[in-house]
Design a binder for this molecule. Structure first.
Ligand code: TXA
Ligand code: MG
Length: 319
């Protein structure tokens, strides 16, 4: 296939999607690798381009709550309330699917993961289409998610025709995934909407992410991983142990004299967890592509988006 085009042309993206192609699209969280969610053959292409196992289900993207209703059997009160508050935005709902969603999209589960992304280009694109878009993050399976069009091209060049360029993603970590377990709203992946904000809306909820229960459906433990080993927490100790190696470092705001300036990345000098989340994946990529031999990362405050940051670093550190 030819070199992948990066452009802001929504018409071109729509044309390719209508013709059955997969196209990378921007969202507020990370870039997605999108295709017609109602067409099993096209969905199969998504799995192939990503090299993703078929047992790992995809998220379906819609442009409105009305549209979501076309693909789920019921929209329970808790989900409607959260959708009205946080959608479009970085939150995905696991809801009982209608038959128009192919089994391949959900890996045979009777729930579909569905969300309304908050990116003007992608919302306009969805409005032009008469089908929703199935889209996993646009990275090869198991690698760090892309937060810019360039990140996508670095890894999928030649494998897809087109990347819709929506600039850098504002949130930078994937959506929060919420569904039911034992009839109680439960978080299965911490992400762009903080647990505290969800609890402010609907009260105390369960959290069952893969680190707390590795067997949650569709939640794989090792993920978002750079190729270099990543060590999470206790940076001082890591610096002492690996002092003979070229060390890369990801910190919240602190500078470390023991590490070369160009090999350390402070994610937010002003201690803002939103800013840190936005920059996290680009920092992991940068160090992975540099000549450092090992990456040390601080553990972030366990609150707000800090939990999603720690979750991604934790998974990146499983080897
Ligand atoms: O922010 C996001 O959610 C991004 C953008 C592109 O929307 N998408 C994303 O997709 O992160 P992906 O495929 O990388 O992650 C989707 C996660 C996977 O862990 C998958 O196992 C889980 O959602 N998932 C999808 N459908 C599910 C279902 N029915 N039940 C449980 N987990 C599900
Ligand atoms: Mg992913």
């Amino acid at each position: 296939m030819q070199e992948t085009i990066i452009d802001t042309d929504i018409e071109m993206a729509a044309k390719l999607l209508l013709a059955g192609d997969c196209v990378a699209i921007p969202t507020e969280t990370v870039y997605g690798l999108a295709g017609n969610a109602l067409n099993e053959e096209i969905v199969l292409k998504i799995f192939e381009v990503k090299n993703r196992p078929h047992f790992d289900p995809l998220i379906v993207h819609c442009d409105s709550i009305e549209s979501v209703k076309n693909y789920v059997k019921h929209l329970p009160d808790w989900a409607l309330q959260l959708m009205q508050k946080f959608s479009p935005g970085p939150i995905t709902f696991l809801l009982e699917k209608k038959n128009n969603i192919p089994d391949l999209v959900t890996s045979g589960l009777n729930t579909v993961a569905i969300r309304i992304p908050k990116h003007p280009l992608t919302l306009q694109l969805l409005q032009r289409l008469d089908f929703p878009l199935a889209a996993p993050s646009a990275n090869p399976f198991g690698y760090i998610s892309p937060t810019s069009a360039k990140h996508v091209k670095d890894q999928l060049n030649g494998k897809i025709k087109f990347i819709l360029d929506g600039g850098n993603c504002h949130v930078g970590v994937e959506s929060t995934i919420i569904g039911l377990e034992n009839n109680l709203p439960t978080i299965f992946r911490v992400g762009g909407v903080a647990i505290e904000d969800i609890e402010n809306e609907i009260g105390k909820i369960q959290v069952k992410t893969s680190s707390s229960s590795p067997h949650a459906p569709g939640m794989l433990l090792s993920h978002y991983a750079p190729r270099k080993p990543l060590l999470l927490g206790d940076v001082e100790n890591g610096l002492a142990i690996y002092n003979s190696k070229k060390i890369g470092l990801i910190s919240f705001h602190k500078n470390y004299d023991a590490v070369k300036k160009e090999n350390q990345i402070q994610l937010s000098a002003k201690k803002d967890l939103h800013e840190a989340a936005k920059k996290l994946f680009a920092a992991m990529r940068k160090l992975d592509e540099s000549d450092v031999e090992i990456i040390l990362a601080e553990r972030f405050p366990d609150e707000g988006l800090g939990r999603a940051i720690n979750d991604r670093l934790q998974r990146a550190s499983v080897h």
